[in-house]
Design a protein around this ligand. Structure first.
Ligand SMILES: [Fe+2]
Length: 273
């Protein structure tokens, strides 16, 4: 199984070289699926969202996409209020936006972006109890051997070493509840920063870098995810340098929920193999 995780492409302020490298990666490696965790546009304009949709539909692999905080009409208060997601869903036609179950994986998208929030920073996300319960119910439909994946734009629990600080409202509660509901892999964006860390003993949280020009301390990046053994998930971070995707790190994590090791462990790390 090979999954490619792209995020924060920010059409309107995209990095053309990074997008071309990601596109080539899909052509050359034929991942089973491409997962895009939001901020597909810069300002939620129709032309930006449509360009993003066109790019995703042209990829040589099936795509599932969930929106980010930049995918609402960013500078249009009326649009935020009246039709926050209309343009996103129009642009995403023909792509998967709902839970996707196969014998190998269940991918459950949760929209953590909000058009409005009762706090100054609308860019940060939220997951409601209702969304958590709904996603938990979707996870119950997973086939016995399927890897159970939850995808969100915002990390449910922000890594301490991330270049921007913040909090997803309900995120930590959601992370725990969804892990208890069987989620094994959480994929998110928003930080423009690659990170992979275990949550407890049973789940792995991966945050991927950006394919835009909005860089934060690292080159444009994306993640390749493999499952070399039923209870092992491997995260390979690829940096796009001078137009080429280069393996920057490759780490494998053993999860405890599959009846393998009692305690999880990062079993391999360091330079790409
Ligand atoms: Fe972003």
């Amino acid at each position: 199984m090979l999954l490619a995780h792209f995020t924060d492409v920010h059409f309107g302020y995209e990095d053309r070289n990074a997008i071309d490298a990601a596109t080539r990666y899909v052509e050359d490696n034929k991942p089973d699926a491409v997962i895009v965790t939001g901020d597909i546009s810069q300002d939620g304009r129709a032309d930006e969202l449509d360009a993003a949709g066109e790019w995703m539909r042209a990829l040589a692999a099936p795509v599932i996409v969930t929106p980010g905080n930049h995918d609402v009409p960013y500078y249009e208060p009326l649009g935020r209020l009246l039709y926050p997601w209309t343009r996103f869903h129009r642009a995403a036609h023909g792509l998967r936006t709902e839970a996707w179950h196969t014998p190998e994986w269940s991918i459950v998208p949760v929209n953590t972006a909000r058009a409005w929030q009762l706090r100054a920073n609308w860019a940060q996300g939220a997951i409601s109890r209702g969304q958590t319960a709904e996603a938990g119910a979707e996870l119950q439909k997973a086939a016995p051997g399927a890897l159970r994946i939850v995808i969100t734009h915002h990390p449910l629990d922000w890594p301490n070493d991330a270049p921007i600080k913040g909090q997803t409202i309900g995120g930590v509660r959601g992370l725990e509840a969804l892990t208890n509901a069987g989620a094994e892999l959480f994929l998110s964006g928003h930080l423009h920063f690659a990170a992979a860390r275990l949550y407890g003993t049973r789940a792995l949280c991966i945050s991927s870098g950006t394919l835009s020009q909005r860089l934060r301390h690292e080159p444009p990046a994306f993640t390749a995810i493999r499952r070399p053994e039923p209870d092992v998930v491997e995260a390979e971070v690829l940096h796009v340098v001078q137009g080429r995707a280069q393996s920057a790190s490759r780490r494998a994590f053993r999860l405890a929920g599959r009846g393998g090791a009692d305690a999880p462990a990062q079993i391999r790390a360091g330079a790409p193999g």
